[in-house]
Design a protein around this ligand. Structure first.
Ligand code: AMP
Ligand code: MG
Length: 353
C-alpha cells in the first residue's frame, strides 16, 4: 500500500485533506491525523472492523484500550454514561480543559465496541484542540478512536515524517498538520466520587501529561499515583491497562541517570546524551566525549519546550546507531512529571526482548 501525505498549509489543501480523511474513515480505513498531543492513528470508533485495523496496523495487543475522540463536550453522552455523583466535577473539568489534552475515564455506553475498551466497562474520552482533527471529527459525525500513530511500544510521532517512519506502507493516508504543539500524550484522569459524598472527588492520574497535577488540584483531591510497576512484574495494573512499564522506547537502549558520576562508559562503546539544558553545570555534558548531545530546552530549561522536543529528539538519537542513550533527569514538577514518566518507561527493561 502506498502511503500518501497530504499537506494542510493553505485553506484549499486543508479542505482537500480533511475531505479525503473523512471519506477514508467512512470507508472503515485507518488514517494518521495530527492532534495537539501526538499524531493519532484514527478509525471510526463505532465500527469494530475499522478499530481492529488500528490494532493490526500498530501491532498493538488487544488488552491495550484506545482513546475515543468526540467533537465537543456535549457529545460525551453518546459514548459515556457520566455517573450522577461526579457529573458536576466532570462538567467543570470539560469546561476548563476541553478541547485539550485531558482524557477522562468514564463508564462506557453499549454502542462503544468492546474492542475499543479492551473489554473494560469504562471508556477513555477526550476532545482534541487541533483545528484539523477537530474538522475531521465534526465532518465524520462519529467518534474517532485514535491511539498514537506508532508501532506498539515505540516512540510516539510528533510530526508527519515521524508517522511515515513508523507506518510507511501500512496506511493509505497521513494528514500533515505540522508539529504537535504539546508533544506528549494526553493526561489520563479517573474521577472517583468523594468518600461518603463529602469533600472533593478523588482524582487518579493514570498517565501524567500536558494537563498537570497542579492544574487539576483545584478541581479534586489528587490521589498519589502508585510507583511504576517494574517490567518484570507479572501482576497487571487494573487502574491503567496497557500502561506498561516499558513503553515509548527507542530501539537503542536508554539509561536514565540521576547523578553524572554514575556514568561509567564502557571501552569502545558509543554514547549520546539527552540533556535537559545542555548546561555543563548540570554535570553530564563534560563527562564524556558524546557522539551527540541532544538538548531538550537549550539554555533556559523550560519544561513546555522540553515536552515539545522530547519525542523528536529521542527519534533523532535513535537514528545514530550508537550503543546507548544516556538521559539526564528533568525537574520533576508540573510538565516535568510527564516527561520523567516517559523517560522511565523508555529506560525500563523490555518485557519481550
Ligand atoms: P494511546 O492512545 O496510545 O495514548 O494509549 C491510550 C492509553 O489510554 C492506553 O494505553 C491505556 O493505558 C489508557 N486507557 C484507555 N482506555 C482506558 C480505560 N478504559 N481505563 C483506563 N485506561 C485507559
Ligand atoms: Mg501510544
Amino acid at each position: 500500500m502506498e502511503t500518501l501525505i497530504l499537506p494542510t498549509d493553505s485553506s484549499e489543501l486543508a479542505k482537500e485533506a480533511v475531505n479525503q480523511a473523512i471519506a477514508r474513515l467512512r470507508n472503515g480505513e485507518v488514517v494518521a491525523l495530527p492532534t495537539e498531543t501526538v499524531y493519532g492513528l484514527a478509525a471510526d470508533a463505532l465500527n469494530p472492523e475499522a478499530v481492529a485495523r488500528i490494532f493490526a496496523t500498530k501491532e498493538r495487543p488487544l488488552f491495550d484500550p484506545l482513546i475515543v475522540h468526540i467533537r465537543r463536550a456535549d457529545a460525551l453522552a453518546t459514548v459515556a454514561a457520566v455517573p450522577g455523583e461526579i457529573e458536576k466535577e466532570i462538567n467543570r473539568l470539560t469546561q476548563e480543559f476541553w478541547p485539550g489534552p485531558l482524557t477522562l475515564i468514564l463508564p462506557k455506553q453499549p454502542v462503544v465496541p468492546d474492542l475499543v475498551t479492551a473489554g473494560l466497562p469504562t471508556v477513555a474520552v477526550r476532545v482534541s484542540a487541533h483545528p484539523i482533527f477537530s474538522r475531521i471529527v465534526r465532518g465524520l459525525e462519529r467518534p474517532i478512536a485514535a491511539p498514537s500513530a506508532n508501532r506498539f511500544g515505540r516512540i510516539s510521532p510528533t510530526s508527519a515524517s515521524a508517522v511515515l517512519e513508523e507506518l510507511n506502507g501500512r496506511i493509505p493516508l497521513i494528514v500533515d498538520g505540522g508539529a504537535c504543539s504539546c508533544g506528549l500524550e494526553s493526561t489520563i484522569l479517573r474521577v472517583e466520587p468523594a468518600p461518603e459524598g463529602k469533600g472533593k472527588p478523588l482524582f487518579h492520574i493514570l498517565r501524567p501529561g500536558p494537563v498537570t497535577a497542579d492544574q487539576l488540584k483545584e478541581f479534586g483531591k489528587i490521589v498519589k499515583p502508585r510507583p511504576p510497576r517494574p517490567a518484570e512484574s507479572p501482576a497487571p495494573n487494573p487502574e491503567a491497562p496497557g500502561m506498561l512499564a516499558s513503553h515509548y522506547a527507542p530501539a537503542t537502549p536508554l539509561r536514565l541517570l540521576h547523578r553524572p558520576e554514575d556514568f561509567l562508559p564502557a571501552p569502545g562503546k558509543r554514547y549520546a546524551l539527552l540533556s535537559y539544558r545542555g548546561d555543563p553545570k548540570d554535570g553530564f555534558v563534560d563527562r564524556h566525549d558524546w557522539e551527540e548531545i541532544a538538548i531538550l530546552s537549550p539554555g533556559a530549561g523550560k519544561l513546555p519546550e522540553a515536552a515539545v522536543r522530547f519525542f523528536f529528539l529521542l527519534r533523532q538519537l535513535d537514528r545514530l546507531g550508537i550503543d546507548e542513550i544516556i538521559a539526564e533527569p528533568v525537574t520533576e514538577v508540573g510538565l516535568g512529571q510527564a516527561i520523567m514518566d516517559r523517560l522511565r518507561r523508555a529506560s525500563a527493561r523490555k518485557l519481550d526482548p
